[in-house]
Design a protein around this ligand. Structure first.
Ligand code: FE
Ligand code: CA
Length: 527
């Protein structure tokens, strides 16, 4: 049997053998609530063969702007009861106990459950006083190396509350995925100033403080469709820029202001992120640091390398040019710094960690789940010159080349890169040298459109096709998500779109589908 590569997860495996069905008994006594404390729903994440993380947060006044009383909660920790059942009706409760909602973490619960059976669904709920939470469904991963015939994965990114309704989340939940990958821009920190909005960020301010970020996450989590998607399956989380600030890189804000002040803002943002996500204690923030990247295996079928594309990246290239805050178009000619080999998209330590993980994986499919587009995108300008966007992997071309060369050299099995950020669908070949038609395709890239955020101009980007023959598909005109069905011989991707982001009852259709065959890198257009 293969040695599990899930390095940080090898605790108490087997110490809590799955108990026989417990007899139901009364829940913990606690206060009567004047308003529903489970207003933000429930969530699960980080599925392992013997457990997962269960999340909730007590917030009887979810949009409270009183910094002394986040969520409208009084000070002090609260004991909750929880139950995990083998069936949706909770007739077979397999584990129950108490969990603490800590005031220091905005009364969030991050319960690390162990002792469960592999590769099966579970249902869970919390009790606090006279209130019971909604029921969530989750599942454990298969045992390491165990055969797995299929896995359905929903990939979501870029849900701007102001831009529209979250019907995309509702339709994904209805597909009953086994796993949901959140690939970034879960919230947006800014207020929309120019485009027509459908809803508004309730506090009317850009998020900069802990109270502000908490308020933003709480508002998003009151959305019933977002609650549905969390309650339907376990999540794997990563982030992009808007969880903190547009186009930030490590300690460098978009406008390259005082790094110390920006790190204080980042610390507030990271704390609120942790408080609202089903993350383990290892991801508890320490100041402005939060360990998010990790790897997760599902039997013999797939291993996910979930990256952190923001916290460790080098400062954006040629930032000192006037009016160049954050992303902009540059080439190696206009900006020699772009090709400095000392620069990294994910930091040298994470690059090494990723290379090691890919080298050692025994899985049939190796998915790199991260925030932004990896393929080269040559953008021809009005004056005939061509450059690329500095905020995605195009801003870190040497870092990208190191990764793809390693994927090639280490003969990584069926590498597939998933991303978001660009609010449009893409199906790309990833090549050692994008400018050489004879250069081999070493990996596949699939990018999902935004849940709700405004897409980039279609005609402008469609015109780049001639200069980017490794791009097989692009469309920015609809909102939705990326659905991936994995099987040993084939990966199938469906580009799922909703009819109208301004309609909470929007309907779903499939814009296009692609497949990747086992042993043959590069997405192929399906019927
Ligand atoms: Fe976005
Ligand atoms: Ca982004």
């Amino acid at each position: 049997m293969a040695v599990p590569r899930i390095t940080r997860r090898r605790f108490v495996a087997g110490a809590l053998a799955a108990p026989a069905v417990l007899r139901f008994s009364s829940v913990l006594r606690a206060p009567k609530w004047s308003a529903e404390p489970f207003s933000l729903g429930v969530a699960s994440g980080d599925p392992l063969p013997d457990g997962f993380v269960l999340w909730t947060r007590l917030a009887p006044v979810p949009l409270s702007t009183d910094p002394a009383s986040p969520g409208g909660m009084p000070p002090g920790d609260v004991e909750l009861g929880y139950e995990i059942a083998a069936d949706e009706a909770f007739s077979q409760v397999v584990q129950r106990g108490s969990a603490k909602a800590e005031a220091a973490w905005a009364h969030a619960v991050h319960l690390e459950v162990t002792g469960l059976a592999p590769a099966r669904p579970y249902w869970y709920r919390f009790h606090a006083g006279d209130s019971t939470s909604p029921v969530g469904r989750t599942q454990t991963a298969p045992a390491p190396g165990a055969p797995l015939a299929r896995l359905r994965v929903g990939c979501v990114s870029c849900s701007n509350y102001e831009a529209g309704w979250f019907a995309s989340y509702r339709h994904l939940a209805a597909e009953q995925p086994d796993l949901v990958l959140f690939l970034g821009d879960y919230i947006y920190e800014y207020l929309e100033k120019s485009r027509a909005t459908v809803r508004t960020h309730s506090d009317g301010a850009e998020t900069k403080t802990l109270a502000g970020y908490r308020n933003r996450y709480a508002q998003y989590r009151t959305d019933p469709d977002l609650q549905r998607v969390h309650a339907c399956a376990p999540a794997l989380m990563t982030w992009d820029d808007h969880e903190v600030q547009n186009d930030y890189a490590d300690r460098w804000s978009q406008d390259f202001a005082d790094p110390d002040a920006f790190l204080a803002r980042r610390a507030a943002a990271y704390q609120a992120f942790y408080e609202h996500m089903p993350l383990r204690a290892v991801s508890r923030p320490q100041g402005a640091s939060l360990r998010l990247y990790d790897r997760y295996a599902f039997g013999d079928l797939v291993e996910f390398q979930v990256l952190d594309g923001r916290q460790y990246r080098s400062r954006e290239a040629c930032w000192s040019k006037p009016s160049h805050g954050g992303g902009h178009v540059e080439s190696a000619k206009s900006c020699p710094e772009l090709v400095d080999p000392a620069r990294s998209m994910i930091g040298m330590a994470q690059e090494k960690w990723l290379a090691d993980g890919l080298s050692h994986s025994k899985a049939r499919w190796n998915v790199i789940a991260q925030d932004v587009m990896m393929a080269q995108l040559r953008e021809r300008q009005a004056d005939g010159s061509a450059g690329s966007w500095t905020d995605d992997w195009n801003g870190y071309p040497v870092s990208r080349a190191r990764l793809l060369q390693h994927v090639h050299d280490a003969k990584v099995k069926n590498p597939v890169v998933l991303g978001g950020d660009i609010h449009s669908f893409w199906a790309n070949d990833l090549k050692l040298d994008f400018d050489d038609p004879k250069s081999p395709v070493v990996a596949s890239e699939l990018i999902g459109t935004s849940i709700s955020s405004w897409g980039p101009p279609y005609e402008k980007f469609a015109a780049f096709a001639a200069d980017n023959p490794h791009v097989h598909f692009f469309d920015s005109r609809q909102r939705g998500y990326l659905a991936i069905d994995l099987a040993p011989e084939r990966l199938t991707a469906r580009f799922q779109v909703i009819s109208d982001v301004r309609d909470p009852k929007a309907t779903l259709s499939t814009l296009a589908s692609f497949s990747v065959e086992n042993g043959r890198p590069g997405p192929q257009r399906g019927s």
